[in-house]
Write a new protein. Structure first.
Lengths: 314, 231
């Protein structure tokens, strides 16, 4: 089988496995899986920026929050229905990433990280400050009429699981197409050597800005989906924790590997879920897991797999 | 033609190039020589816009380049292979070439022409570039630059650290570029390599081009080599 054939077979196989898992798992785990798939879409966006292009951002909570609030406020304030509200959330994520990118991409490295963090914190504080419009730290529930799609109620487990799966499948296929495209190779070139890319005639700023917007669209889609599928929009989703989470998923699963965010999200989600049932110091367990990861698989789980066994893994 | 007139450039408050003038004609190979720290690499970076010229003119075919952003310089037709090659390590040979081809929307025909110059790379298209030998990496760096179909090719110490057979291959490619009309400007320290490749030698001293000589008739023990390079 050709490398392209292997790649598509693997990724479609993973999608089939997820669909089967959704069907056979008990309700609790199926619900968790829906949540994981939406968060994995968020992390996929982060992976496009960080794993493939080398943009270490701490501001992705802002794009996720813009997606969530873009959708939520459209429902709450102007009573938009599902599709226009979710599309608005998606675009809000992309637009916020473009705005942040225009300024933050004038810096690089640690400065870029700090500037993006600053923007995300400003976004979080803005949500709190305008609490009469945003619901402040209490947030608000997404109204039932906006959770109806083709006659199905997304508050029910099965439609929600299907919607999460569809979102994940579309995001995964687009991600795969992107990283295997000509632009995907330019992204990798940019990550490896920015100056050399410039010397080949690439406008580094504009390439990175496009990457930020794509990453923001993923985060916006995930934010909007999270709000509408789980019925709640709140300021805690715009905190710095939601900038760090996708980074941890990507680092755990494998930066620069398409399936890395999914695996990272599964491992981290259940690590936190199980550890929090055992001890209130569950973040300590997460910390130990990360130390072990750095020691034995510094490129992440799938990064290690690619290094040792599957060099064709995209 | 690449033409520099009265160019000054440097880093912060330190001026490295002082009132430098220099020209490279289409189809010629010109070698820049000089002692360490004299400004050879700075000259390359200044032509590419990586070190901005504080005075003077850098022009290609009559168009001033010094005010252009750095990424526009290769688009105008100047390609640069820096010291140390700087490949995209995790990408394969084919992907490295593709990144070069895409930069100026070049197609399969250009790729084939470049691979004809480097048959060794054709055998290693699917190999990850960081696993190539030093000489093969240098070939790939030059091949990737040639994917831009440049009018001027800048090579900074292309034979550094390579075994003689690889040096010979690179020399053959550089010499072969003459026929395509590409002007090649190379920084080189090995006198034997220079005499085998270059049409002219530009000797640099104290940030200026002090003397330009035709290679024809120049011997390895010429006084200019002793004066400017110390050999």
């Amino acid at each position: 089988m050709s490398v392209t054939g292997k790649i598509w077979a693997l990724h479609l196989g993973v999608l089939v496995m997820l669909a089967v898992a959704q069907a056979v798992l008990p309700a609790y785990h199926a619900n968790n899986l829906a949540r994981i798939m939406v968060l994995a879409v968020f992390a996929m966006g982060y992976n496009i920026a960080f794993g493939y292009t080398g943009l270490l951002s701490l501001g992705h909570a802002l794009f996720f929050g813009f997606g969530m609030y873009g959708m939520g406020l459209a429902v709450w304030q102007v009573e938009w229905t599902f599709f226009p509200a979710v599309v608005l959330g998606l675009l809000a994520g992309g637009a916020s990433a473009a705005a942040v990118g225009m300024l933050a991409l004038r810096t690089a490295g640690v400065s870029f990280m700090i500037v993006t963090l600053m923007f995300a914190q400003a976004g979080y504080l803005t949500v709190l400050y305008f609490n009469q419009y945003t619901g402040g730290d209490q947030g608000f529930a997404v109204e039932a009429f906006a959770r109806q799609v083709f006659g199905y109620d997304l508050a029910q487990d099965t439609p929600r699981a299907v919607a999460a799966f569809v979102l994940f499948a579309v995001a995964l296929v687009l991600n795969l197409v992107l990283v295997r495209s000509r632009f995907g190779r330019v992204m990798a070139a940019m990550r490896e050597n920015e100056e050399r890319s410039r010397m080949l005639g690439y406008d580094v700023f504009h390439v990175k800005l496009r990457v930020m917007v794509i990453s923001g669209l993923y985060a916006g889609a995930a934010g909007a989906a999270f709000g509408v599928l789980f019925g709640y929009v709140g300021a805690n989703f715009a905190t710095v924790q939601y900038s760090i989470l996708p980074m941890l998923y990507v680092l755990m699963g494998g930066a620069g590997v398409v399936l890395g965010p999914l695996l990272g999200a599964v491992v981290m989600f259940y690590l936190i879920d199980i550890a929090s049932g055992l001890t209130s110091a569950h973040l300590l367990v997460v910390g130990v897991a990360l130390v072990v990861l750095v020691l034995f698989a510094p490129r992440g789980l799938l990064g290690m797999v690619r290094e040792r066994w599957l060099p064709w893994l995209p | 033609m690449l033409w520099l007139e009265g160019v000054s450039a440097g880093y912060g408050g330190v001026t490295v190039l002082r009132d430098l003038s220099f020209a490279a004609r289409a189809g010629e190979v010109i070698c820049v020589m000089g002692r360490n720290g004299v400004g050879k690499t700075t000259l390359m970076k200044c032509i590419m816009g990586l070190v901005p010229a504080t005075a003077g003119v850098v022009a290609l075919d009559g168009e001033a380049m010094q005010a252009l952003p750095a990424h526009e310089v290769p688009r105008r037709g100047i390609a640069y292979v820096p010291q140390g090659r700087r490949l995209f390590g995790p990408l394969t040979v084919a992907e490295n070439l593709a990144v070069g081809l895409m930069a100026r929307n070049k197609g399969e025909a250009v790729r084939e022409r470049v691979l004809d110059l480097f048959p060794r790379l054709r055998e290693r298209l699917t190999q990850v570039s960081s696993t190539l030998s030093g000489g093969e990496q240098q070939m790939l760096a030059i091949a990737r630059a040639l994917c831009l179909e440049p009018k001027v090719l800048l090579l900074d110490e292309p034979t550094e650290g390579l075994q003689p057979s690889m040096i010979a291959m690179i020399r053959d490619v550089v010499v072969g570029l003459r026929a395509t009309g590409v002007a090649t400007v190379l920084v080189e320290q090995r006198v034997s390599a220079v005499l085998g490749m270059a049409d002219r030698v530009a000797f640099m001293d104290q940030g200026r081009v002090a003397e330009v000589l035709d290679c024809a008739g120049l011997q390895a023990d010429a006084p200019q080599f002793r004066r400017y390079v110390g050999v």
